[in-house]
Design a protein around this ligand. Structure first.
Ligand code: S3P
Length: 446
């Protein structure tokens, strides 16, 4: 059956005020890492709050194929790890579906093993650049036995007898590249150092330290972080409670802001400072949003967010905030479509290599719905229409990208005319309960 026949469109319509209290699923970045590090550690890891989305479940399958035992017992996931250095050669290809995080981090995790591992993915993942991970792995002695042109999937890696530790300066702000090198370092004798000139989400460093890795972070005078990890150490199983994903919380939050009269609470949202750029930006835009019940859970700060319908104002989002809200630009562009004046977003080059070229997917979706915008090489300017007057009425191409799908369904809740998307199926990769959760708040999506 062709992709076309599998597509399931959806339409969002202008909705009455949204109300209620919701919890979004567990953080995707932490969920991938919980399965990977638990699968690698010695002994048992128990995880609650895991995101049971397709992307994360693929990572679980990959870890199982390499010797970890992973079972779900009621609401808890129980993992018996192989021990560091003891992953087994998988029988077949590791299929990561749509998931860049799963694919790239696992390349780091097993690329240095003296065995052949084949990585495959869906048509979106197969278009995404993998050279950013293969380059440092090559320096560690990893051979790329097979790859599609431009270092793309399908890829077959084979590690050397003994991987060489390296010092690697990450050339683009990417937590995935940082993480892949650190994970490769776990299987190299000696100290591997990642130099990160621009800080990105720090879940790998924090969680590896929690699992007992010998990891040290020093910030130099230029503010670059030097992350040193000692290879071949012992990791010990942990108990992990995963907080709600701020990148998923972004959808009900923006919906609550743009639908007049709304009053909603999103509970238990991860407030790690490397992930809160959208919240900072929305507050700058005059969002009526309170951060309440700040507390610590499993070494991370979490909070509840109380959001009310707001009269948003356009702002300029500084480029250096991009790494702290990189996945939230599509839904920020939707908020900007309702703000008074212009919203200027800069430093967006990484958006071009996400699940889709998100910069052009967003600009085209806005234009299809009569929202004025200008797409630059690494920037987007959106001219808002307060009240959603005269906008909507279009169908958005989602290009196998869950965040494009959810963002434009949120937009249609407050536009004068309905907004349709060509395909809702990818939403299951990160937020399987999106439709039900939004419906429960009063959103008219079908
Ligand atoms: C992620 C890092 C980010 C982000 C992705 C998840 C992670 O990608 O876009 O959704 O879990 O490390 P990059 O590191 O490529 O920017």
């Amino acid at each position: 059956m062709s992709l076309q026949e599998n597509m399931r469109p959806a339409t969002a319509r202008k909705s009455a005020e949204l109300s209620g209290t919701v919890r979004v699923p567990g953080d995707k970045s932490i969920s991938h890492r919980a399965l990977m590090f638990g699968g690698l550690a010695s002994g048992e890891t128990r995880v609650t709050g895991l995101l049971e989305g397709e992307d994360v479940l693929r990572t679980g399958e990959a870890m199982k194929a390499m010797g970890a035992r992973i079972v779900r017992n009621d609401r808890e996931w129980i993992i018996q790890g192989t021990s560091n250095g003891c992953l087994l050669e998988p029988d077949g290809a590791l299929d990561f579906g749509n998931a860049g995080t799963g694919a790239r981090l696992t390349m780091g995790l097993v690329g240095t093993y003296d065995m052949a591992t084949r990585f495959v993915g869906d048509p979106s993942l197969s278009k995404r650049p993998m050279g950013r991970v293969l380059d440092p792995l090559r320096q560690m002695g990893v051979q790329v036995l097979e790859s599609a042109p431009g270092d793309r999937l399908p890829i077959v890696l084979r590690g050397p007898k003994h991987a060489a530790p390296i010092t690697y300066r990450v050339p683009m702000p990417s937590a995935q590249v940082k993480s892949a090198v650190l994970l490769a370092g776990l299987n190299a004798a000696g100290v591997t150092t990642v130099v990160e000139p621009v800080m990105t989400r720090d879940h790998t460093e924090k969680m590896l330290a929690g699992f007992g890795a010998n990891i040290e972070i020093v910030t130099d005078r230029e503010k670059a972080r030097h992350i040193r990890i000692e290879g071949r150490g012992r990791l010990a199983g942990q108990v992990i409670d995963i907080p709600g994903d701020p990148s998923s919380a972004a959808f009900p939050i923006v919906a609550g802001l743009i639908v007049p009269g709304s009053d909603i609470v999103v509970e238990n949202v991860l407030m790690n400072p490397t992930r809160t750029g959208l919240i900072t930006t929305l507050l700058d835009m005059n969002a009526d949003m309170e951060i309440i019940n700040r507390r610590l859970a499993g070494g991370e700060e979490v909070a509840d967010l109380h959001v009310r319908g707001s009269e948003l104002k356009g702002v300029t989002v500084p480029a250096d905030r991009a790494p702290f809200m990189i996945d939230e630009y599509p839904v920020l562009a939707v908020a900007a479509a309702f703000a008074e004046g212009r919203t200027v977003m800069e430093g967006l080059e990484e958006l071009r290599v996400k699940e889709s070229d998100r910069l052009s997917a967003v600009a085209n979706g806005l234009k299809a719905n009569a929202v004025e915008c200008e797409e630059g090489a690494a920037s987007l300017v959106v001219h808002g229409r307060p009240g959603g007057r005269g906008i909507g009425g279009g169908t958005v191409e989602t290009h196998l990208d869950h965040r494009i799908a959810m963002s434009f369904l949120v937009m249609g809740l407050a536009t004068e005319k309905p907004v349709s998307i060509d395909d809702r199926t990818m939403i299951a990769t990160s937020f399987p309960e999106f439709m039900d959760l939004m419906g429960g708040l009063g959103a008219a999506i079908e």
